[in-house]
Design a protein around this ligand. Sequence first.
Ligand code: ARG
Length: 569
Amino acid sequence: MDCEGLAKQWLSAAFEAVVPGCGGGKVVPSKDSRFGDWQCNDAMGIAKRAGRNPREVAQAVISALPLPDVLEKAEVAGPGFINLTLSRTALAAGVTALATDGCLGVPQVGAGEKVVIDYSSPNVAKPMHIGHIRSTVIGNAIDRILRALGYEVIADNHLGDWGTQFGILIMGYRHFLSDEERANLTVELLEKVYVRSYNATKEDPAWLDRCREELVRLQAGDAENLAVWKRFIEISLKEFGRIYDRLDVHFDLYRGESFYQPLLGPTVELLKEKGLATQSEGAWIVDMKDEGLEVAIVRKRDGGFNYTTTDIATVRSRVEAFSPARIIYVTDERQQLHFRQFFAICDKLGLCGKTRLQHVWFGLMRLPDATFSTRQGNVIKLETLLDEAAARARTIVDESHPDWPEAERAALAEAIGIGAIKYADLSHDPATMIIFTWDKALALDGNSGPYLQYANARLNSLLDKYRETVGAEPSEQTLSLGSDAEKALALHLLQYPNAVQRAGELCKPSVLADYLYQLSQLYSSFYQSSPVLKAEPAVRDSRIRLCDAVSKVLRGGLTLLGIPTPERI
Ligand code: ARG
């Protein structure tokens, strides 16, 4: 067990010995090194409940602690705080064990548990816009973090590939495109003809009728319309795939809304059977007064099903196919009501069994005006945003490395651009709105993706230089912690498993981003105060071992966020 775990165990045992039945105490990292490395604040509460003096209880706990391999010092402070100082030997051993472990100490708390994550889920025949970036980037980071915690993750892209829009789209496709355009179809063209056809439905009732007919034919399985619809999906997936490749995002499944079509009728029937769906003005609705929510429509007046019906059917299908412990949905905040409604309906239907449904929502990402000049209003395509990021990063790369080969500069600019966009998103609590600015996203000296990538690349080159000049492997050196900066860095390294675990539990990659930013700041103060390669050999070797551990954790953490880590910058 790591030394923090040991200290926790000892402290709990000591509390039990002093106040039997009290349930033991917890340790948390100290915010200020004057109060030791870890502290426990539970003596006050426990003493109060037992009608005893808190300082006396704290002192008795300390006397009962088995010392001193791990702890160098244990003291009572103030009204009964217990401050613990770790022995440097134990701390060094903890860091070495963490850096040597393939999982970097991340506990496999999810082993044996299946989780479905539904994220990104764009709509077919519409370009992914910047609204989809957060679902894609946050969802993918949660996906990676949960896998690192040992969960068996099924990443499912719930494409919007079914619905009334396809009648309108088929009409637009047939009437507003040239043969050549149809042969070289793009999502942009599809969107254009969709808008034109949609506008025509507003002006011309006959057009609207024809769109409806095409939809009915599609729904009835008409071969010609099905073939066109499949083409829309194929073209869209090709374009989405290009973006996913750039973002290094991969799904296990692409089960779009259309996959669940056969289940929609039976789902409404089930709702009726259980007396949950009632008819109202020709539509079928579920009353949600008990939940304090608006009624949910599950079958429209025209007989069509909707988003809610599809999501209920999707839960049924996923529970049946995978019996996951949890299904996580990552969408923007505007869909909160929808999720509350259909979660409650699934609950009433008893569909979930052991499966927990969880909506992780995020605030919108806004761009300050004039960030982009776009003729399509303020709908900014995701691809345009990524291109712009790479182009801006390219200017920085060209300035610092005019001599590098073209391909390497292009690859680096892409990695920095993508890193900047992803980190700008992930470093904020998902539940907040973000105002994205290029200066902040691409800053090389602030809390930004490029700053962390740069710290990682500098560590790489330091480690390489050590290998070259000393002719030895950093990871084979012995760590012994000297200065306070070294100790602070080591203590923070030991918090890595905890940061990953909390980020996973809360579904907040920002917890891990904050951790990594702090790590790079502690590293930078260590590096400024403590020469590495120029130090005398014993100190140099120990320090490089510490740098090696920082490098592993930084790279590991960035990878869990999905941020590329170029070797050199
Ligand atoms: N297609 C939807 C959109 O673009 C997101 C779908 C989210 N997933 C779900 N199961 N409802 O807004």
